[in-house]
Write a protein that binds this ligand. Structure first.
Ligand code: GAR
Length: 203
């Protein structure tokens, strides 16, 4: 399974995936390309340091459809099977979604459908939630909405602020993304309506 990683920032989820591959936890996956829409995103610099194919495709005033066409062309040129959004902070156009149906994963730092959009950890604190977490889901045309692959719960502690809560959620994100990719590689699931159901032999 050839992965195309899209990022815009720090890239810790990308690095967690790269480590999982390097350490044998994803034996059937390889990173075919890392693409950033931000030229100096730390994540793309880290990809370059690891000698992974690293490409910057800035939006630069172009329309979303035009920018996405360049992204899709790049993913196709690298024979990508599965697209992993890892802190990629742009919505995808319908043409992008059509190019990779049920083959684009995203990670979001809340238990969706709670707290979609920006600053999900602060949203959870402001709401007074006692439990939040992270969600890996397929991307569809609505924001933070597609079929859920897996979720990890994280308690909200009385002393938490956005920084402490985000860092505990992030630890779980790193575990969750590898598990979701392993499931995608195994193909041991089916989707009924909104429900992603594992085959009995899968965990
Ligand atoms: C992660 O917390 C990810 O869940 C979030 O951005 C962060 C990226 O961190 N994504 C979203 O909020 C998408 N709606 P990273 O660059 O260190 O992987």
């Amino acid at each position: 399974m050839k992965l195309g990683i899209l990022l815009s920032g720090r890239g810790s989820n990308f690095l967690a995936i790269a480590d999982s591959i390097q350490q044998g936890r994803l034996p059937n996956a390889e990173i075919a390309v890392v693409i950033s829409n931000i030229a100096d995103a730390p994540g793309i610099l880290a990809a370059r340091e690891r000698s992974l194919p690293s490409i910057i495709i800035e939006a630069g005033g172009r329309k979303r459809a035009e920018h996405d066409a360049a992204m899709v062309a790049c993913l196709r040129a690298h024979n990508v099977d599965l697209v992993c959004l890892a802190g990629y902070m742009r919505l995808l156009s319908p043409k992008f979604l059509q190019a990779y149906p049920l083959r684009i994963l995203n990670i979001h730092p809340s238990l969706l459908p709670a707290f979609p959009g920006l600053d999900a950890q602060q949203q959870a604190l402001d709401y007074g939630a006692k439990v939040t977490g992270c969600t890996v889901h397929f991307v569809d045309e609505q924001l933070d909405h597609g079929v859920i692959v897996l979720q990890k719960a994280v308690p909200v502690l009385d002393g938490d602020d956005a920084r402490t809560l985000s860092s505990r959620i992030l630890e779980q994100e790193h575990v969750a993304y590898t598990q979701a990719i392993a499931r995608a590689c195994s193909g041991g699931y089916h989707i009924t309506g909104r429900r992603y159901v594992l085959r009995e032999s899968q965990t």
